[in-house]
Ligand binder design. Structure first.
Ligand code: ADP
Length: 496
């Protein structure tokens, strides 16, 4: 059994895993690139080693160096987090080959689920409903023939896909020809594997996924997360439970997810993703790792998923041998990324000068940055996750609104204004969601309201200064518009 874990990652997930290691009584070894030397994950670890320059290929993806550092620091296990090497079957087997424990499933399960066409075939034979689709289509002619059978619209998808890359929707044979070519090219670039296949394009589905856990003796599920709020097929907001599921459907999806995990001999934490439309659900893919959105499940179930990963990797029974708890209340997660929602989610770089972290009951802040951190272009723009838990969905939305009002990140633009707008939007409030939510609500991406807030605040200050009220005097003598009045104004405008 190991007592030291090397965390082959950075950012918020490295911080999260290091916390779990230390709470579990394990020594945590961090690795970092040169610009990450003062990053939070480095400061929180028991020991840290700089492994290379900023480029991920030379640092966080540098397999020989990672294995060397693990052996040198006495680590008996490697936790890959998500992204980077987390779903790389070859990495998992090289870790095992070096006599170390890979905190994740067996390499064979990663391999089986990593190729989407193979995973779909495997799932079909295990009796799991999959999105109707084709096998690999190598030529445009093959694609057109397969689409004629499936019916338009179709989606061209990369067999090796991930992160929303290599996907194209086609509504007729012409679009399909262009889409096929582009998807192949994108897949070759992103995954060095140009194989693509077709799926029927579901018109307005919801994205609902099931968290599974498996140890040596059994596989269980911990309910669902809804991740329909996406942009370009990448998740922005997640919640648990889904407002769309009735207990019966939840039960059926859970059973199917457990069956899917069992079919590939799964171990550890994993997620079975489904599309859900008109009461039917279809297997989309399995993520063989911890996911970004795992905290919403943790908050409603009280299960620490990362500690469970570590326990399973140590050969201990998951959940202390107990039964999975049923969820309580409602949790929502907003991904706070260094992207400008008013400007096509363009990456925003710079130095974070200050952060005002939201606090209060039921508020969780999982961050990979702190004041002084520099945000560059080398890594994923996710800075932190703001997660809330409350008694029911309306209470969770109210709590998130308040937390987002409190949040301030100075120095880079973030996605917080987008989240503020969603938390006020009526369809979101009603739980009327689909993966097309963002495109169906273009107003959310406009900055008008923020500008109006600034304009009104400025106007109030201007009037006050004309009347000779200094900021110090305002609000203390019962006259004028002090900070409290200004914030009341701002709130009133936000609610327009
Ligand atoms: P990736 O592995 O790149 O994340 P997924 O297969 O998990 O790709 O799909 C990501 C997202 O793309 C889904 O959540 C959904 O929004 C959209 N999507 C994927 N397949 C389909 C489909 N057949 N019909 C409609 N939307 C789809």
């Amino acid at each position: 059994m190991f007592d030291t874990v090397l965390i082959a990652n950075r950012g918020e997930i490295a911080v999260r895993v290091i916390r779990a290691c230390r709470e579990e009584g394990l020594r945590a070894v961090a690795v970092c690139s040169e610009p990450d030397r003062a990053a939070p994950h480095v400061l929180l670890a028991d020991h840290a080693v700089t492994i290379g320059p900023a480029e991920a290929a030379a640092s966080y993806l540098n397999v020989p160096r990672l294995l060397e550092v693990a052996v040198d620091t006495g680590a008996g296990a490697i936790h890959p987090g998500y992204g980077f090497l987390a779903e790389n079957a070859e990495f998992a087997s090289r870790v095992a080959g070096a006599g170390l424990v890979f905190v994740g499933p067996p390499a064979a399960a990663i391999e089986e689920m990593g190729d989407k066409t193979r995973a779909r075939a495997r799932m079909r034979s295990a009796g799991v409903p999959v999105v109707p689709g084709s096998d690999t289509v190598d030529t445009i002619e093959q694609a057109v023939a397969a689409a004629a059978e499936l019916g338009y619209p179709v989606m061209v998808k990369a067999a090796a896909g991930g992160g929303g890359k290599g996907m194209r929707v086609a509504r007729d044979p012409d679009e399909l020809a262009g889409g096929h070519e582009r998807a192949v090219r994108e897949a070759e670039q992103a995954f060095a594997d140009g194989r693509v296949y077709l799926e029927r394009y579901l018109d307005r589905p919801r994205h609902i996924e099931i968290q599974v856990l498996a140890d040596e003796t059994r596989a269980i599920h911990l309910g669902e997360r809804e991740c329909s709020i996406q942009r370009r097929h990448q998740k922005l907001i997640e919640e648990a439970p889904s407002p769309a599921l009735d207990p019966d459907t939840r039960e059926r999806m859970g059973e199917v997810a457990v069956r899917a995990a069992e079919a590939v001999g799964y171990r550890g934490a994993g997620t079975i993703e489904f599309l859900f439309q008109d009461g039917e659900f279809y297997f989309l893919e399995m993520n063989t790792r911890i996911q970004v959105e795992h905290p919403v499940t943790e908050l409603i179930t009280g299960v620490d998923l990362v500690r469970e990963q570590l326990r399973i990797a140590r050969g201990l029974p998951m959940l202390g041998g107990g039964e999975p708890p049923t969820g309580r209340g409602h949790a929502i997660e907003c991904r706070i990324s260094a992207e400008d929602p008013a400007n096509e989610f363009l990456p925003s770089t710079g130095r974070i000068d200050a952060i005002e972290i939201p606090t209060g009951p039921g508020v969780r802040w999982d961050a990979g940055v702190r004041p002084g951190s520099t945000v560059g272009l080398h890594y994923d723009p996710l800075l932190a996750k703001l997660v809330v838990h409350a008694g029911d969905r309306p209470a969770a939305i109210a709590r998130m609104r308040l937390a987002l009002e409190q949040l301030r990140v100075d120095g880079v633009r973030t996605t917080a204004p987008f989240h503020r707008a969603v938390m006020r939007e009526a369809d979101f409030g009603a739980g009327d969601l689909s993966i097309r939510y963002v495109e169906e609500h273009p107003d959310l991406l406009r900055e008008d309201r923020d500008w109006r807030e600034v304009a009104i605040a400025a106007a109030v200050f201007f009037e006050e200064s004309k009347a000779g009220v200094t900021p110090e005097a305002a609000g203390t003598d019962g006259h004028g518009s002090g900070p409290q009045e200004i914030s009341a104004w701002v709130r009133a405008v936000r609610d327009l």
